[in-house]
Design a protein around this ligand. Structure first.
Ligand SMILES: *Cc1c(COP(=O)(O)O)cnc(C)c1O
Length: 432
């Protein structure tokens, strides 16, 4: 399997190189050359397969011959070591809980898969890789946890000082070892800009291999397609048409779901549910794509004004707007409606949804469920990660799960930086 750049101005590369580079040299996102459907027998007998087997069958074509079968199976065993349950909260509506991993947000699977792949590729080429990532909260924790102790990989996380929750900050500042947290005097966009500048700065990249652990990296993005297969396995026997609603920010997760559909997964409709950062919603209404600066909301992991993976979704539909429209719709919701939805779900079903999951729920309602449809919204984070807003909105308190409790009493260690020169000095120092 080769990957091509969506800017069409760089050589095709195998999986390993796409993972190590992150972005193609022409700054395009990598995309698989071919997506071959799985045999129908796979879907017929999916209920008898365990998650590792499902994962292996679905992911092997994307890895190609770059990782031998027993190693890939071991990696998947490690990555998929927790549950992905569909919990029914209403007649014909279920929530796919993706928060049972170590940092309690869905990014754990992609981060862990990417870390294990890089570790494997590094055994053979000895070249140290530095993962540089900017976070507005959840990505940093998942990446820190996923890469902790991985040989040959240093991780540098930039986060905006005072702009992430206490839990999120602890998840990325208390691990030590090969993980460094840079605490930036600024906002998320400043962190993001510095990371982008560093990737383009040859006075850094001539000396070290930098890669990204955002969903632009194929090893972070593609394993997310497994969630949709795991959900199907659980609801297949209902015999209904499945509608997925995916709380979306950078559109990596929903894009992976559409890849699962290309593999043959029966899905009637994908609903992209967003907060007021509605660039894609507007695109579906007008067929004109106009990126905007991001606006802050209570579902902050989706505060993205120019979703990087939308171009991959367009590629999956051969940039045919009508074809896209027949399978994909998008709706946007403000914070007030999100809070109302959280209250409604709590009152009616005694279920605590986090703000992102609640936006997903609203997407299903807005689309309108028809007879013989089964709606699944993805619950992308545990409510405890957005504890203040959840407790305030629902007037209740949330127990702190073990994996969070563990980091709460560890000491925070961060390096404070103000601007790009300090980031550069820091990177050049660790490359020595
Ligand atoms: C990252 C994240 C999202 C958005 O996922 P994308 O793949 O970027 O669309 C949604 N919810 C939570 C909790 C997240 O951390």
């Amino acid at each position: 399997m080769q990957y091509y750049s969506l800017h069409h101005n760089a050589p095709n590369v195998p999986f390993s190189e796409a993972v190590i580079k992150g972005l193609a040299p022409d700054k395009g996102l990598y995309f698989p050359e071919k997506i071959s459907p799985l045999p129908t027998s796979f879907f017929d007998k999916i209920k008898s397969l365990d998650n590792i087997e499902i994962g292996y069958q679905a992911i092997k074509q994307f890895v190609g011959d770059q990782i031998p079968e027993p190693v890939l199976r071991d990696i998947l065993k490690d990555v998929l070591s927790f549950d992905f349950p569909v919990v029914e909260i209403e007649d014909s509506i279920g929530t796919l809980e993706l928060f049972h991993g170590p940092t309690m947000a869905f990014k754990d699977v992609g981060a862990r898969f990417m870390a294990r792949c890089l570790e494997y590729f590094n055994q053979t080429n000895e070249n140290k890789v530095t993962v540089l990532v900017a976070t507005s909260g959840d990505t940093g924790g998942a990446v820190a946890q996923g890469f902790l102790g991985v040989k040959g990989v240093d991780v540098v996380i930039l986060y905006p000082s005072g702009k992430v929750s206490d839990i999120q900050e602890r998840q990325l500042t208390t691990l030590g070892q090969n993980i460094t947290a840079l605490e930036v005097d600024g906002v998320f966009d400043d962190c993001q800009d510095m990371v982008k500048t560093a990737f383009l700065d040859t006075s850094i990249t001539d000396y070290m291999q930098l890669t990204s652990a955002n969903s632009i990296n194929v090893a972070r993005w593609l394993p997310q397609l497994l969630y949709f297969l795991f959900a199907y396995k659980q609801v297949k026997s209902k015999g209904k048409d499945i509608v997925f609603s995916v709380p979306s920010g950078n559109f990596g997760n929903i894009c992976a779901g559409i890849v699962a559909h290309k593999l043959g997964l029966p899905v009637k409709q994908f609903v992209a549910s967003t907060n007021i950062n509605d660039t894609v919603v507007k695109y579906m209404e007008t067929s004109t794509y106009t990126p905007k600066p991001s606006k802050a909301t209570i579902s902050n992991a989706m505060d993205v004004g120019n979703p990087s993976n939308f171009i991959r979704i367009q590629e999956l539909f051969d940039t045919n707007f009508e074809a896209l429209k027949s399978l994909f719709s998008a709706y946007s919701f403000d914070d007030d409606s999100t809070k109302e939805a959280m209250k409604k779900i709590y009152k009616q079903s005694n279920y605590i949804a986090d703000p992102h999951g609640a936006v997903g729920y609203l997407g299903l309602k807005k689309k309108g469920m028809q007879q013989n449809e089964y709606g699944i919204f993805l619950e992308t984070a545990h409510p405890v990660k957005f504890r203040d807003i959840v407790e305030e909105t629902l007037d209740t308190s949330i127990a702190i799960p073990d994996q969070i409790e563990k980091v709460m009493n560890k000491e925070k260690v961060s390096v404070k930086i103000k601007g790009y020169t300090e980031l550069k000095d820091f990177l050049l120092n660790i490359s020595k």
